[in-house]
Every structure is written in structure tokens, then in C-alpha cells.
Design a protein around this ligand. Sequence first.
Ligand SMILES: Nc1ncnc2c1ncn2[C@@H]1O[C@H](COP(=O)(O)OP(=O)(O)O)[C@@H](O)[C@H]1O
Ligand SMILES: [Mg+2]
Length: 309
Amino acid sequence: MTGWILYIDRVKNSPHVNYSVRRMVESAQDNGVNLRVIHPDQLELVVGGPGAAVLVDGKPEALPDFVMPRLGSRTSPFGMAAIRHFEGLGVCCVNGSAGVAVAKDKMATMQVLAAAGIAVPRSLLLKFPADAELVERAIGFPAVVKLLSGSQGSGVLLAKEKKEFADIMGLVEGVRPGANLLAQQFVASSSGTDLRVMVVGRKAVAAARRSSSSSFKANLSQGEGGQVEAYPLDPALEELALRITRAVGLEVAGIDLLFGPEGFLVCEVNSSPGFRVIELSAGLDLPQILFDHIRQSLGPAHKTGAEHA
Ligand SMILES: Nc1ncnc2c1ncn2[C@@H]1O[C@H](COP(=O)(O)OP(=O)(O)O)[C@@H](O)[C@H]1O
Ligand SMILES: [Mg+2]
């Protein structure tokens, strides 16, 4: 089985700095996978007429059996076009473009989940100049302010009261007019904790409770005071995670849930979830689980040598 991971980060020309990508690259051979990590900039996408539809570094390439986009919230219009291109060519994409597009946009995620009857924190898409009075009426303070496309907590902050919110908006408007922001109900009962559930195919494979002692944001690295512990999966939690994954249109998802006073509220859904938290807390081998899932989706022609024998 051949696969391409679409991935952006590079440090000194090594694309393997990211824990999850490195784990997949290291595990590929043992799982019978010929895996390449490809930066979207290496791709040329060609539509119509004879000749290759995909060039890598300017040269025609045979298409892989699967493509795994790991661009997450940084999926550019080109990255999105690449995923759509592979889908159009019949390449198995895990995840596909529709789900990646929803997951990379926190407003779109809240919209599809609310439409599916799944509980989300009350959220307001902000316009400029931002109306602090309106936010006070619609959401209340403290309110969480977040970039529509952020990750690892960098675009998320807490505005404790109306004046602080107005100050933040003044700064944002000066620095980045037209920024895409959401004001969101602060789920105080979950402050500093959240629940990450990892879904692969039609199964929730593990859950981990993340917490931080130094911030309302639970997704801090260990060095910043973040902690992780395994959390039991029960049928109700698994059912919720699968409903969320289906509503967003993903196959593989990292779901962040907040502990609300009356049950879980969905914080966000990640289309290229990191493996570290789940592997360390649940002792799972996620590359193996993912490769097995992809092999199953591809069908019998892609069994490993051992399975053929
Ligand atoms: N509405 C909220 N109420 C309480 N905590 C929140 C809320 N939204 C986010 N958080 C906290 O902030 C963290 C980061 O927010 P999230 O939306 O997941 O952004 P990121 O894309 O950076 O992961 C979450 O893991 C959670 O701990
Ligand atoms: Mg998150």
C-alpha cells in the first residue's frame, strides 16, 4: 500500500519533526506501507487533457493508494484544492475535503453540530467594529474569543469583562482588520480541563482528559503545565463522538469536549489530531490503527504480504 501524507512544517529540511508524522513514518514499513511526506508546495495539480494530473517536484508521479492530509487549521486554498484533486482522481483521502473544510473553521463546525442537535457553547461570529454591548447580551462575560482557524491554543483568549473585550477588539482591529473571530460562552465548569476523544472510522479508540494548572486552556504542552490522563470511554460517549465525527464529515477526528453543567459541549473538532496525548495516556499504537483502517477501506487488493499468504 502506498500513501502520501500532506504536511507543511519543516525544520532544516526535515519534515519529520512532528510527533504524529514521525510516528507514521517510523511505523510505515512494519505495516507494509510505502509512505512519503509531501509538502503541498511540491505539488502541481493539472486538470483536463492528456498527461499526468499530479506532478511532484515538477515530475509526473504514479498516484498513491491513499492521501492523508495533515494540514489541519492551516489548510490553504491550495491545500484544499489538492485534497479535492486527489478525491476526483479516485484516491482514498483520509480525511476528505468536505470534513477538513468544516473542521478548519470553528464557526462552520459549530453550525453543522448545532444543526445536528449536538450541544455546543453559544457562539457569535464577530463583525467589525465589534459591538461589546451585543456580546454582553448574546454571550455574556467572561467570554472566550477565538480565531476561526487556530490551533494549539494560540488564537484563544478569555475576555473577563466588557471593557477588556472592547480593548482586545480595538487591538485586533488595528493589527489585523477583518480578522475572523468568534465570541463564545465561557464554560466555567470546564475551565482548565477538556476531553479529547480520538475517532478512527466507526470507532472511538480512546479518550484522554487534559488539564492545566496555569490557564483556562487545557491543551497546553507538558512544559507549560499541561497534564494528561486516560479517561474511560462508555457507550454514550462513544455514540456522541461518532455523531460528531459524522456531522462534520470526517473519518479520523480528534474531538475536544468541554465538561458542561448538563453534559458535554463540543469545543472543536480536529481533522489532523496529534497522536501524542492518546498514545501516552492509552498506550495505543495509532499509526497501526490508522493504517489498518485505511487498508480495510481500500479493500482486499491492498492486503499486506502476510495476509495474502
Ligand atoms: N468556550 C470555552 N469554555 C471553556 N474553555 C474553553 C472554551 N473554548 C476553548 N476552551 C479551552 O481552550 C482550549 C483551546 O481552545 P480550542 O477552541 O480547542 O482551540 P485550539 O484550536 O487552539 O485547540 C480548549 O482545549 C479548552 O480547554
Ligand atoms: Mg483544541
